[in-house]
Write a protein that binds this ligand. Structure first.
Ligand code: 6PG
Length: 484
């Protein structure tokens, strides 16, 4: 039983690792936290193992859980995204009253969040879809949080979230992103960028390992070194750790005993699907998602391994006497490709925000992604400066600072893609990002020819460069041009 004096400021439903770590984080920051899990064992375990860390109010029924919250009630759901989320939302909504707030902290699909927000708003409650990034460690010690939902809900929820979020230079890594699905949309694109970021790191590793012939532990040293400069980021840091790890059982580098088939839970794929619908070329993220799919196409890979002709391959040693120069080229190619992935991700967010009228401010994202989340990186400061200077940037790549950087990176980037091609090593994101970049800056694209072909076979018409209007050539007639 709880008394008026002993009500919880916030509640957490779903006490698997992420949920219990988040609950503990709230408790560590001095908040009284209500906790509930469908199977009581998890609640008991949390209380036994961590009950001493702060003020928890455990409940065994959802009704007791709701009753243990102060008003407006704030409950964060941390259950596996999907049908389970709807069930818990409904249970909570049944027990809650007008003005209370239900927060979904899972990786929900933003369109589900839009639907849920409508349903819950119709019942007089607030629904907040909040992307939470940083994994288990982040949940416990400071994640980046991307809450959507009604702005009003942030008035009462914001200070609580700010207290548990990561902080960079005194600024919390959380802010209200925008209405209904905005938070989950932005988290989805964050994950898409995460996929691309991981893949470009993978491609750099692949080149250092199989072109330059370096051992994992040496490559770990290179990544640690890179982590002190422009590439300073969580993902580069943990890459060095992974590459340094030795398998206890075999004594081999762990990387060599891990099966090379990457898993995915779906957020990268969602990012690409949404981008396709919005017509935004997120080529780096797309290639990263497909690279994971290809890595998992085990039987096809087995059938092709050693069977498909490679053509004449170059000899790395013959062409690269200066290994240090090659390593620096790879670093630059990684940096450039990563820039493209971020630029494309921000483009998608801009388009999604316009489509749904969310008013997402790119400066907010560059600010809150600096800490707590998986893609946290020093260069987000630069991205923030870029959008501070010009919030309407056509592309992040056109920011004067990044334009200057790209000028320095270009030659290396091109050399690396050429080397990889000559050696037969796959670099899908390095190469496609370079093609994207060259497409973006091209004087003319072959799209004119595509328009000509479309007009030929389907009378789809075209525009002319020299006059207004829509035109069609009478391809199967006398080939004169008519204006539509
Ligand atoms: C985060 C992560 C997290 C995600 C994992 C796994 O921001 O903390 O993005 O939300 O669940 O990264 O994603 P995949 O299984 O799809 O690689």
């Amino acid at each position: 039983m709880t008394t008026e004096q002993n009500l919880a400021e916030i509640g957490v439903v779903g006490l698997a690792v992420m949920g219990s770590n988040l609950a503990r984080n709230f408790a560590h920051k001095g908040h009284t936290v209500a906790v509930y899990n469908r199977s009581v064992e998890k609640t008991h375990r949390l209380m036994e193992e961590h009950g001493e860390e702060g003020n928890f109010i455990p409940s065994e029924t959802i009704e007791d859980f709701v009753a243990s919250l102060e008003r407006p009630r704030r409950a964060i759901i941390m259950v596996k995204a999907g049908a389970a989320t709807d069930a818990v939302i409904n249970q909570l909504a049944d027990a809650m009253e007008e003005g209370d707030i239900i927060i979904d902290g899972g990786n929900a699909l933003y369109t589900d969040t839009i639907r849920r927000e409508k349903e819950i708003a119709a019942r007089g409650l607030h629904f907040v879809g909040a992307g939470i990034s940083g994994g288990e460690e982040g949940a416990l010690n400071g994640p980046a949080i991307m809450p959507g939902g009604p702005a009003k809900s942030y008035e009462s929820l914001g200070p609580l979230l700010e207290s548990i979020a990561a902080h960079v230079d005194g600024t919390p890594c959380v802010t209200h992103i925008g209405p209904d699905g905005a938070g989950h949309f932005v988290k989805m694109v964050h994950n898409g960028i995460e996929y691309a970021d991981m893949q470009v790191i993978g491609e750099a590793y692949q080149l250092l390992r199989y072109a330059a012939g370096m051992e994992p532990v040496e490559i770990a040293g290179v990544f640690s070194e890179w982590n002190t400069g422009d590439l300073d980021s969580y993902l580069v840091e943990i890459t060095a750790e992974v590459l340094r790890q030795v398998d206890e059982e075999t004594g081999r580098p762990l990387i060599d005993v891990i099966v090379d088939a990457a898993g995915q839970k779906g957020t990268g794929r969602w990012t690409v699907k949404a981008a396709l619908d919005l017509g935004i070329p997120v080529t780096g993220i797309g290639e990263a998602v497909f690279a994971r799919a290809l890595s998992g196409a085990t039987s096809q890979r087995e059938a092709a391994r050693g069977q498909l002709p490679s053509g004449q391959l170059a000899d790395f040693a013959e062409e690269h006497e200066d290994r240090e120069a090659f390593i620096e080229d790879v670093r630059r190619a990684l940096y450039a490709s990563k820039l493209v992935a971020y630029a494309q991700g921000f483009d998608e967010i801009k388009a999604g925000s316009a489509e749904h009228d969310w008013g997402v401010d790119p400066r907010d994202l560059a600010t809150i992604w600096r800490g707590g989340c998986i893609i946290r990186a020093k260069f987000l400061n630069r991205i923030r400066e870029a959008y501070d200077t010009n919030p309407e940037l056509e592309s992040l790549l056109l920011d004067p600072y990044f334009k200057g950087e790209l000028g320095d990176l270009m030659d290396s980037w091109r050399r690396v893609v050429v080397t990889a091609t000559k050696l037969g090593l796959p670099v899908p994101v390095f190469a496609s990002s370079l093609s994207y970049y060259d497409s973006l800056r091209a004087e003319r694209l072959p799209a004119a020819l595509i328009q000509g072909q479309r007009d030929f076979f389907g009378a789809h018409t075209y525009q002319r460069v020299d006059k207004e209007g829509t035109f069609h050539t009478l391809w199967s007639g006398d080939r004169t041009e008519v204006q539509e």
